[in-house]
Design a protein around this ligand. Structure first.
Ligand SMILES: Cc1cc2nc3c(=O)[nH]c(=O)nc-3n(C[C@H](O)[C@H](O)[C@H](O)COP(=O)(O)OP(=O)(O)OC[C@H]3O[C@@H](n4cnc5c(N)ncnc54)[C@H](O)[C@@H]3O)c2cc1C
Length: 387
């Protein structure tokens, strides 16, 4: 009989756990303090093939489904590591895989699979448009066999650690198209060739170690052959990538939640106050149990969304709901874990305050909770649109 509660992909999980054991808390603390990119961790994951699980075998990857990628990221996070340094290498290539030309696939995918090319920057957000993506102002003007790009992006993570970037630009002004989602295009930008020649990258220091940046485009030339799919139809191309991103980030939240529950449970058993383990008090037990219930339920939603994605069923709402539930469950678990540890929850050496900061991000990025609720209210429940 199979155990319905047994974790999926046990062998992948075991291998990831072993790999992560080589990157203990000290490693992450040192990098967090300096806001340094975890190069060795990313190189090891790349070498072991974990970042190319979604690339088909014909292009050098392992051709596994999204469910396998969720197992990888969940275990990374459960182990106390942070997949945010490289998770985009797994899914950003999906835009090329699904919408690129045969030449683009042949040219880029094998090198992305081997790690020779890092495609882990995804440039959408802009300072003035915020979440209202149809108002992006970065514009690419076609001039012969190239595009000339001008504009600005913000919060573009890993731009300094990427060879390529998938960039969303306007190619037709919003006022000149019927639907606001029309008129946008996707360009593949060669970061090394562009740096200092129209592209400036400025790092932004944040409350967590996330290698995020601000980008400035000043007459940057991008070869026209780097256009992915058709011009003006780019918004559609990035949408299915966004579903994969939301499901994968939800799996990181599940891993974070399990990290907090593991740590809190162990500490509550071992810490003795008033002559008994603090875990004997229901005031301490119940929040741990509640966190477990919430993470277990959220994990079911993540699995469901991943299965829908893998079978090609439209899963926009499920991907959003999985991300909302997982990010909130992880945040509840984070708060619970600090409380369970008392003063030690604030001590750097316990790694809880670091994880607490890291997991907070996911209620804002890659999409904020309010925008998910708005999607569910209007697209699923048919309530009137407020904007
Ligand atoms: C560390 C970090 C890394 C990131 N990495 C990337 C990246 O690699 N690539 C990329 O393109 N972007 C990235 N982002 C951007 C991220 O996706 C956005 O920050 C996020 O989508 C929210 O957009 P915003 O910051 O513009 O908030 P805004 O759109 O300005 O919204 C601010 C607040 O108002 C709320 N709000 C806005 N409009 C409404 C409304 N109509 N109804 C109710 N509430 C509303 C939002 O929910 C939010 O809480 C990153 C952000 C961070 C912080």
């Amino acid at each position: 009989m199979t155990d319905a509660n047994a974790p999926s992909f046990p062998e992948i999980r075991d291998s990831v756990k072993k790999l992560c054991a080589g990157f203990p808390g000290e490693y992450w603390r040192a990098h967090d303090r300096e806001r340094k990119y975890p190069t060795e961790f990313v190189a090891t994951l790349t070498r072991e093939g974990f970042l190319s699980v979604l690339i088909p075998e014909e292009f050098g990857g392992s051709g596994l489904e999204l469910g396998a990628a969720t197992a990888v990221l969940e275990e990374i996070h459960r182990s106390g590591c942070n997949g945010a340094a490289c998770h985009a290498q797994m899914y950003t290539m999906g835009t090329i895989l699904r919408h690129g030309s045969p030449e683009q696939k042949q040219r880029y995918l094998p090198k992305i699979a081997s790690g020779e090319l890092r495609l882990q920057a995804f440039g959408v957000t802009e300072p003035t448009s915020g979440t209202d993506t149809t108002r992006i102002a970065t514009f690419a003007k076609r001039q012969g066999d190239k595009f000339i790009v001008n504009g600005q992006k913000i919060w573009i993570s890993r731009a300094e650690h990427s060879d390529l970037m998938v960039l969303l630009v306007r190619t037709t002004p919003r006022e000149a198209v019927k639907k606001p989602t029309d008129g946008m295009s996707v360009l593949l930008v060669d970061m090394k060739a562009s740096l200092g020649k129209g592209l400036t990258i400025r790092p932004i220091r944040t409350m967590l170690n996330h290698a995020t940046t601000e980008l400035f485009f000043d007459d940057l030339e991008v070869p026209a052959e780097n256009l992915i799919g058709e011009a003006d139809k780019g918004f559609r191309y990035i949408l299915d990538g966004m579903n994969a991103e939301r499901i994968l980030i939800a799996s990181e939240c599940i891993g974070d939640g399990r990290f907090f529950i593991d740590r809190a449970t162990a500490y509550a058993k071992e810490r003795s106050v008033f002559g008994r383990p603090i875990g004997e008090n229901q005031g301490v037990q119940f929040p741990i149990a509640r966190a477990y219930v919430q993470i277990t339920a959220a994990a079911e939603m993540v699995n469901k969304a991943a299965q829908m994605f893998d079978t090609g069923v439209p899963c926009g709402s499920e991907a959003n709901m999985a991300k909302l539930l997982a990010s909130e469950a992880a945040w509840f678990a984070a708060d619970m874990c600090v409380q369970t540890h008392g003063g030690f929850g604030f001590a750097e050496e316990f790694d809880i305050e670091r994880k607490f900061r890291e997991t907070r991000l996911y209620q804002v990025a890659p999409i904020s909770t309010n925008l998910i609720l708005s999607h569910v209210a209007t697209h699923v429940l048919g309530l009137p649109k407020s904007f």
